[in-house]
Design a protein around this ligand. Structure first.
Ligand SMILES: O=C(CO)COP(=O)(O)O
Length: 248
């Protein structure tokens, strides 16, 4: 499938009713009910949304996946097989909020990537530098060290999302030059170092909105977007999908 991939990351938002209403609005809209559009919903709502999305084009994503794969005594964990069982196609891995608040780091993230792919999910590995790392000029080293697990993953399909931490939820968007630089560097790094993926797609995330989506999506080596806040509003998300749809 050529073209863009748009995933809305709802983070820790919605309730059962509002989650189902949001999905119902997206399903009723041919601009959004597309196989290249997905929603990453809270784990507790995935089963209901999976049932709602059965047979539809719109895809379901988890926001995380366990680093443990076998069923067993791992209290609180949700395995890749469980996510697949309720209809997920994607799982975010290593979102900066998971790295920041839950101490997630490369060894566990490698297991998450492998478990997701083994279960038939497409993991979306999130990478990105903090403001301090950008200002110190070390941002490429930081991103390459986060990508390093891709040299070790089992071969399979995965997606990468570049989300500069300083652009998440802040309204500060990376410039198109900054985005092009990093996306090109990520693809070059992957070609040289990563296990081959079916096709390497790099999404941009960080304050993507209806107003800036088209210019970001047109930028060199940007294969889609991971949308936070704007994905909670069907109208805003629709405009982002519309911008992507024009570029397919
Ligand atoms: O973290 C993000 C998506 O995963 C980006 O969030 P915002 O679009 O709210 O900045």
């Amino acid at each position: 499938m050529a073209g863009k991939l748009i995933i809305g990351n709802w983070k820790m938002n919605t309730r059962a009713q509002s989650a189902q209403s949001l999905v119902a609005a997206l399903l009723a809209d041919p601009v959004c009910n597309q196989p290249w559009v997905g929603v990453a919903a809270p784990a507790v709502y995935l089963a209901a949304l999976g049932a709602q999305l059965a047979g539809q084009a719109l895809q379901l994503s988890a926001q995380d996946v366990s680093s443990f794969s076998a069923d067993g005594a791992f209290t609180g964990e949700v395995s890749a097989a469980m996510l697949r069982d309720v209809g997920c196609r994607y799982a975010l891995v290593g979102h900066s909020e998971r790295r920041q608040y839950f101490g997630e780091a490369n060894p566990a993230l490698l297991s998450k990537m492998n478990n997701a792919m083994a279960a038939g999910l497409v993991p979306v590995l999130c990478v990105g530098e903090t403001l301090a790392e950008r200002e110190s000029g070390q941002y490429l080293e930081v991103i390459f060290s986060q990508l390093a697990i891709l040299a070790e993953v089992s071969a399979g399909e995965y997606v990468i999302a570049y989300e500069p931490v300083w652009a998440i939820g802040t309204g500060k968007v990376a410039s198109l030059e900054q985005i092009a630089e990093i996306h090109t560097a990520i693809k070059t790094w992957c070609l040289q170092n990563a296990k081959p993926s079916a096709n390497i797609r790099v999404l941009y995330g960080g304050s993507v909105k209806a107003e800036n989506a088209e210019s970001i999506l047109k930028t060199e080596n940007v294969d889609g977007a991971l949308v936070g806040g704007a994905s909670l509003d069907a109208g805003s998300f629709r405009m982002i999908c519309q911008a992507a749809g024009k570029l397919i």
